[in-house]
Structures are given as structure tokens and as C-alpha cells.
Design a protein around this ligand. Structure first.
Ligand SMILES: [Zn+2]
Ligand SMILES: [Zn+2]
Length: 255
């Protein structure tokens, strides 16, 4: 499974882009970064976009993608998310006020975007990938995704604080090649991390200590806040866990 990291930061700043992962050139996990990182031709190849939750850093590139690929694609790009996320995007984002409703443009019959809600806990198959939405611990309805092909499985937590359910799913996954997990804030901001539904390195360590996940499975950290990056990385290193690495923006991973 080929995964290109278009962005994996917990905010936007020069050299730091919000989350967006391109899987096998055609499927996106989150849409924080698409259009600033891909050619128009590469953008036009995307068929499906899985959205973890409605926070702007995970959806904003949807808007510009719709604009860029209009007239270049034969089929609508499918926006796949749990129903509450789809409803919020409809109501608060592509509502013909903040942005046009691209599920009716250029025509309602053959639009640029199509909403495809699906429930957490029930896997669906898209572009040869099996995708399962897993509920996360975040202040708004949010899921992470377990993505599998015939050979490999990866888990993307999206935004979450401590989460027993995540590790339970991970411990049962076959062919698990990577877990991409949120660690946004340094240990000193424990309270803010708790309020906003993100991990600190110490909280991640506590969860991993309880989890029954093999210590050989790489844990890739994403969503570090750019202003806290140095501190978070040094605290992660201090954990002494060899399988904990920092996800690299712009890199393509073959899992
Ligand atoms: Zn969030
Ligand atoms: Zn986020």
C-alpha cells in the first residue's frame, strides 16, 4: 500500500501542512492538504476522500479540490464519512454561503462531489481497499480509519486523546504495518490536550503500556502542533520506545 503524506501537521505554517494522506494515488484519508501539494492532474485522479471529522484542518482542501477538478473528471469524487460529519459539511461548509454546494455543480445529475455516508464499525471496500471507521476520543464526532489491502493493514487514528477502542482494534488487526497516531501537545500542556482531545507523549506512553499491540509495529506520530514540535519530539524520544517514529511530510511510505 502506497501512502503519500501530503500534510501531517496539527496546524498550518510555512513547511507545516494539515493532514492529508494519498493512498495508492486515488484515495485520500482526510483533506487538510490536497490542492497545495498535488498537480491538477494528480488531483483529478482522486476518486474517494475519507473524512475523519469536521475540524477545518481535516476538510479545507475539499473546497479547492472541487474547484480545480470541475470539467476534468467523469465521475463525482466521493466524500465518505460518518453521517454526522456529512451533515455538518452540508450544513456549515458547502451550504451556498461559505462555499458553493458542489454536489449540485455543474449539474445535480453529474456533480463534482457526492456524499457517501457510512457507519463506524462496518467495513466498506473502495478502490480495492477495505476501510473500517473506528470511533475516536475528540470533542466532535470523529473516527479514525483502518485501511487494508490483500497484504497490509494500516491504522490512522485521526485526532484523538487516550482511546482504549483504538488499541483494541489494533491488537486484533492482521498484517498491521503501521499505526499513525495523534500527539499534538507537549506534556506541560496536558490539560489543553485533555480538553481538545489530543495525546501528549506521556498520555500516549500510558495508552501504549496498557495496549496489547506488538512492540514491533511502527507507531508514526502525526498532528504535532508546529510551535511545539521540538519539545514534543524530544519528549517522544525520551520515552525510549524504538517503534515510535515521527511521520514525515512529503514522504511516500510503502506499507
Ligand atoms: Zn480535530
Ligand atoms: Zn486536527
Amino acid at each position: 500500500m502506497k501512502v503519500k503524506i501530503l500534510g501531517c501537521s496539527g496546524s498550518e505554517a510555512i513547511g507545516h501542512n494539515p493532514p492529508g494522506f494519498l493512498v495508492n494515488d486515488v484515495v485520500m484519508l482526510d483533506a487538510g492538504t490536497i490542492t497545495a501539494a498535488l498537480s491538477i492532474q494528480a488531483q483529478s485522479r482522486i476518486t474517494d476522500i475519507f473524512i475523519s471529522h469536521t475540524h477545518l484542518d481535516h476538510i479545507k482542501s475539499l473546497l479547492f479540490l472541487a474547484d480545480n477538478v470541475i470539467g476534468r473528471i467523469q465521475q463525482p469524487v466521493n466524500i465518505r464519512a460518518i453521517p454526522k460529519v456529512i451533515d455538518a459539511i452540508k450544513k456549515h461548509l458547502m451550504n451556498d454561503l461559505i462555499w458553493p454546494d458542489f454536489t449540485k455543480i455543474p449539474t445535480a445529475k453529474n456533480p463534482v462531489l457526492a456524499y457517501k455516508p457510512f457507519p463506524a464499525g462496518v467495513p466498506i471496500t473502495v478502490a480495492g481497499l477495505k476501510v473500517l471507521a473506528i470511533p475516536m476520543n475528540h470533542p466532535v464526532p470523529a473516527v479514525g480509519f483502518m485501511v487494508s489491502d490483500a497484504r497490509s493493514t494500516i491504522i490512522y487514528s485521526a485526532d484523538t486523546g487516550p482511546n482504549e477502542g483504538l488499541w483494541k482494534v489494533a491488537s486484533k488487526s492482521k498484517n498491521l504495518k503501521a499505526i499513525i497516531v495523534d500527539t499534538s501537545f507537549p506534556n506541560s500542556l496536558d490539560m489543553i490536550a485533555g480538553l481538545s482531545g489530543h495525546f501528549t507523549p506521556a498520555q500516549l506512553h500510558a495508552d501504549l503500556t496498557k495496549a496489547k499491540v506488538k512492540s514491533t509495529v511502527p507507531i508514526y506520530i502525526y498532528h504535532i502542533k508546529p510551535v511545539h514540535k521540538k519539545k514534543v519530539i524530544s519528549e517522544l524520544r525520551a520515552l525510549g520506545r524504538k517503534n515510535v517514529k515521527v511521520l514525515q511530510e512529503g514522504k511516500t511510505y510503502n506499507f
